[in-house]
Design a protein around this ligand. Sequence first.
Ligand code: ZN
Length: 359
Amino acid sequence: MPDPGMVLVFDGHNDLLFRLYRRGGPDAARSFIKGDGQGHLDMPRMREGRMVGGFFAIFAPAIEHARYAAEAKALYAEDTYDIPLQPSVPCDVAQAATLNQASKLFAIERESGGRFKIVRSAAELDRCIADGIVAAIMHIEGAEAIDPDFHLLEVLHQAGLRSLGPVWSRPNIFGNGVPFRFPSTGDIGDGLTEHGIRLIKECNARRIMIDLSHLNEKGFWDVARLSDAPLVATHSNAHAISPQSRNLTDKQLAAIRETGGMVGVCYEGSLIRPDGRVGVDAPLDMLVDHIAYLVDKLGDDKVGMGSDFDGATVPKGIGSAAGLQNLVEAMRLRGFDEPTLKKICHGNWVRVLAKTWGG
Ligand code: ZN
């Protein structure tokens, strides 16, 4: 039985698999299950924070990822910044990283003793949450691994892929990601390519959820025009509060609302803070400001969590998955009632995924 006052949290985005990929070693899955205290996410800390699952992203890094990250760090030290886009990642390079990370997700499921399940339908998601089994959605953040004939999309879908972001913040054969720029809108660069237009149709046909986070604005509107699914951004915040290129303008929020989609609020400090500063703590109340703003624009049934655990500078007030109930309490203090907290913390994801994936 959950403790009174605790609210279950289902989350829109984490980078655990990329962290384990960089960590390496044959015991990566076990380190997550037993708890290694690294990053933000492992099973013991999820249990402590009442995190019942989420989208587990697969991310293929650029060949010189570490160098680009170091160069970006120097630029982020300024009050304003415009980080150059990383180069494209070749398909074969991305496929190797993707299969490695997907195998880690399967290994976690296999070694978890029934406590962790990759979910492929809304019914499975419901059942896991009810039974206290961690529900994982296999997600790809940037579709570099997907070939233009969609052979790998077919295979990954059969394996359990249920969510895909066409781009990360870099170009690929499908479109252009939004650069990290402050202050700026996301209206930077061209929209989807011909391959990108076909990718949206292929995802719609298989009812794979399409994630708008990291798309630039032209790409966003291309998806809005083409997709027959609710519009979803798994980890983005309100541009009106923090004018960072990754955040969503009121016009984009209106489009998401119109389709019955949703936004997962992201815990990354630079997407929370009005000054866009990177690597600086964002007080919990600032994050609640975004949640309140998004609820005002979208309604309380179209806002959820999108932590970016293991990929973000998370507010010290949360710290890791173990501290999720601190955010719940901050929302409660702001005046969110219990039914609304349940919707934002897990119910809305369940609703949108059921609508996207079908019965
Ligand atoms: Zn991301």
